[in-house]
Write a protein that binds this ligand. Structure first.
Ligand code: NAD
Length: 492
């Protein structure tokens, strides 16, 4: 590969040192809004992965023994640095993923990162075992202990968000960490590593970029790796489960979804339409959100009104503008990489071939979606696309698309809504829109999903647990899940 000397080359952080991959191979960073290469990241090898595991293993005993307040102080320092370098982190996240700067800067990436690191530091004090009077003459107690080396594997849609949840909680609990970001979006994670490198003793926090196919197996099946947390696809989860089948390891799996937004006849249609057209699916990163409400189950009596309200907003430049992603007036970004662009375009065609009705959108390509911006002509742009289907069995209603595509499906009764909502293999999230509290509680209790929001959507933060059910995974990236509980009974 010819590497332009004008472009930045990011480096891995291994054992406290910034270094290129052994052999110095690199992967292009492509800005999805333009389709152009703008930087490089290391294409790490199995040997790099082994170096990272060795470093994390050597650093573990001292980090485990470090006082909780020292670990908390280190995490708070990270939060401070994120605040100081928030603009740069947000810009890199935008260039990596296409997620528009107005969302990565204003409120999202730096703030959330700070929240996760501060929250993990704050939660440390409460991370204690319990004392149990087993019998009158024996006392039991438990110790909450870190696992050892944790490998955190992150996806391309929200690299810094997922890095922060995993690293903050795992390190707070006393584990050492290796983060493996997606080959499609690693620069922000590597820059983050550069920023915080001197805060932790060497080997406590490592970041290594590369293809999953090159280094994934080494990182997950290495005998010195004690726990794995993947945020990614069900396909990768299955590969990791197979790679670790002979010597099973505890896994946290944060996987995909086919989440339903269920809109009852008494819902506030403006609030629903605002959510759909700005954050629940047609978001600033074009629906590439794991909890994206890709199925809109709408009571038949208000179906047309909801469709009309959403389409009005999608046509309105106050809601949707397509332009340079680093321009704060742009509201909606492209698809994050070429392979996902091809997948989403194909799904739109599959939906139309299956008989779904196109209510809005469907166009793709920079020239079509962002006309007037010649720089964006080669970018991976897809218009927000709203489809209508009468049946939940279509592929577009069953398979995760992971893009700006939502299917509206009408329902007549509460039972039908529930059966549609639960009628996929996934169980990540759901939204319920109604003013009827009893109905809302019945739905929350009966929906098969790890997260349900009522009259809002995608409310994720350290104050509430977050995980999936069914094929959406299990486990939470929490301080509790990064500890194991050892029990001891003493005869008095
Ligand atoms: P992906 O599974 O293709 O890749 C995720 C990560 O796994 C990448 O870093 C990749 O390099 C790595 N990987 C690939 N093969 C590997 C292997 N054999 N061993 C170890 N690691 C390997 O997922 P993606 O396309 O990057 O992300 C999109 C998916 O992530 C969607 O399904 C989305 O729903 C899901 N996601 C889930 C959540 C959640 O919290 N539940 C959040 C964000 C994204």
């Amino acid at each position: 590969m010819t590497v332009s000397t004008d472009l930045k080359v990011y480096q891995n952080l291994i054992n406290g040192e910034l270094r290129g991959a052994i052999g110095d191979e690199k992967i292009d960073c492509i800005d999805p809004s333009t389709g152009r290469v703008w930087a490089y990241i290391p294409q790490s090898t199995e040997e790099d992965a082994v170096l990272a595991v060795n470093a994390a293993k050597s650093a573990f005993p001292a980090w485990k023994k470090a006082k909780a307040e020292d670990r908390a102080a280190a995490l708070r320092k990270v939060a401070e640095l994120i605040g100081e370098h928030g603009d740069a982190l947000a810009a890199l996240e935008t260039q990596d993923t296409g997620w528009v700067i107005r969302e990565t800067t204003y409120g999202l990436i730096p703030v959330l990162q700070q929240i996760w690191f501060n929250a993990a530091a704050g939660a440390l004090g409460a991370n204690r075992g319990q004392t149990v009077p087993v019998t009158a003459t024996s006392l039991g107690y438990t110790l909450r202990e870190p696992y050892g080396v944790v490998v955190g594997i992150t996806p391309w849609n929200a690299p810094l968000f997922t890095l922060s949840i995993k690293a903050a909680n795992a390190m707070a609990a006393g584990n050492t960490v290796i983060i493996k970001p997606s080959e499609h979006a690693s620069s922000a994670s590597l820059y983050f590593a550069e920023l915080v490198k001197d805060i932790f003793p060497p080997g406590v926090f490592n970041v290594i970029s590369g293809y999953g196919a090159d280094i994934g197996d080494t990182l997950t099946s290495h005998p010195d790796v004690n726990k794995i947390s993947l945020t990614g696809s069900s396909r990768t989860a299955a590969t990791i489960a197979r790679a670790t089948a002979d010597k099973p390891k505890p896994l946290i799996l944060e996987l995909g979804g086919k989440s339903a937004n269920i809109i009852f006849q008494d819902a506030d249609i403006d609030a629903v339409a605002d959510a759909i057209s700005t954050y629940s699916i047609f978001s600033g990163n074009s629906g590439q959100i794991c909890v994206g409400s890709s199925r809109l189950l709408v009571h038949r009596s208000i179906f047309d009104k909801v469709a009309e309200a959403v389409v009005l907003r999608l046509k309105n430049p106050a809601y949707k503008t397509y332009g340079p992603t680093l321009d704060p007036t742009t509201t909606t970004g492209p698809i994050a990489n070429k392979s996902q662009y091809d997948i989403v375009r194909n799904y739109i065609q599959v939906g139309l071939d299956e008989g779904a009705e196109l209510l809005f959108g469907g166009r793709s390509g920079g020239a079509e979606v962002a006309p007037g911006h010649s720089d964006l002509a080669e970018g991976y742009w897809i218009e927000p696309t709203l489809l209508k289907a009468e049946s939940n069995t279509l592929r577009i209603c069953q398979e995760e698309i992971f893009g700006p595509v939502a299917v509206m499906i009408p329902f007549d009764t509460e039972e039908q809504a529930l059966s549609l909502a639960n009628g996929t293999e996934f169980g990540l999230a759901a939204g319920v829109w109604t003013k009827d509290l009893s109905l809302a509680h019945r739905m929350v209790s009966a929906i098969e999903a790890g997260n349900v929001w009522v009259n809002t959507y995608a409310r994720v933060g350290p104050e509430m647990p977050f995980s999936g059910v069914k094929s959406s995974g299990f486990g939470t990236d929490s301080i509790e899940d990064y500890c194991r509980e050892k029990s001891c009974v003493i005869e008095l």
